[in-house]
Design a protein around this ligand. Structure first.
Ligand code: PGA
Length: 246
């Protein structure tokens, strides 16, 4: 169960969150919990989450280890700061802030894996693609360009998040059925390229307007292995409720 804080919370807010959140999930041992704070908050999050079992991840990396890339941050750097995970290809980066293409997603994933991070690769169709019945085509294209180029050994270490863009931050959650079908499609692409065992072992998270009041229906679907939560992960109580429903 993963929380993507996007561009919210200072280091001080981060410390406060963990003081409130840790007791709420102290008895949780049925799932992994990962929080993706802004990069500036990673050291505070790592310190605040020590010995809690909660892992910390970055929201983005550049693919080079170091160099003249003003404003960027590398996989090695966030790893050295204590992050163990990283989001790659979030739709806000693909479509709003950075125009990331599938080829960038592949390079960032490879860089994350070389640095020992677990990448969560985000895929999903936009509203107009959803309305035009093109969701499957988009997922197939994103898989082919961003994921299929991995080796089998690399593929075994990734997590995929299906995040339909029309459901992100809109309050309009995908129905368990829509999410489940998209996950099946992704798993079948994985099977074609990497084989049956690798596809069965792949964890696929759903993301997009996950809230305490819709988590139960989503988690009932065997195809949904967890969720990537934006807005509702900012509040310790609502994220704890979501985690407990996993
Ligand atoms: P949301 O965001 O839960 O606020 O819709 C999900 C995400 O973008 O990962």
């Amino acid at each position: 169960m993963a929380g993507n804080w996007k561009m919210y919370k200072t280091p001080q807010d981060t410390a406060r969150f963990f003081i409130d959140f840790r007791p709420l999930i102290a008895n949780v041992n049925h799932c992994e919990i990962v929080i993706f704070p802004p990069a500036i908050d990673i050291p505070e999050a790592v310190a605040s989450a020590a010995n809690s079992g909660i892992a910390i991840g970055g929201q983005n990396i550049y693919w080079a280890a170091e160099g003249a890339f003003t404003g960027e941050i590398s996989a090695q750097m966030i790893r050295a700061a204590g992050a163990a995970w990283v989001l790659v290809g979030h739709s806000e980066r693909r479509h709003h802030v950075a125009h990331e293409a599938d080829g960038d997603v592949l390079k960032k994933t490879q860089a994350a894996l070389s640095a020992g991070l677990t990448p969560v690769i985000c895929v999903g169709e936009k509203l107009e693609e959803h309305k035009a019945g093109k969701a499957n085509d988009v997922l197939v294209r994103q898989f082919a360009g961003g994921i299929a180029g991995l080796t089998e050994e690399q593929f075994a270490r990734i997590v995929i998040a299906y995040e339909p863009v029309w459901a992100i931050g809109t309050g309009q959650v995908a129905t368990p059925d829509i999410a489940s079908n998209a996950h099946k499609l992704i798993r079948s692409e994985a099977e074609k390229r990497f084989g049956d065992t690798a596809a069965q072992q792949l964890r696929i998270l759903y993301g997009g307007s996950v809230k305490p009041d819709n988590i139960q229906g989503l988690m009932r679907e065997p195809e949904i292995d967890g969720t990537l939560v934006g807005g509702a992960s900012l509040d310790p109580e609502s994220f704890a409720e979501i985690v407990k429903a996993a």
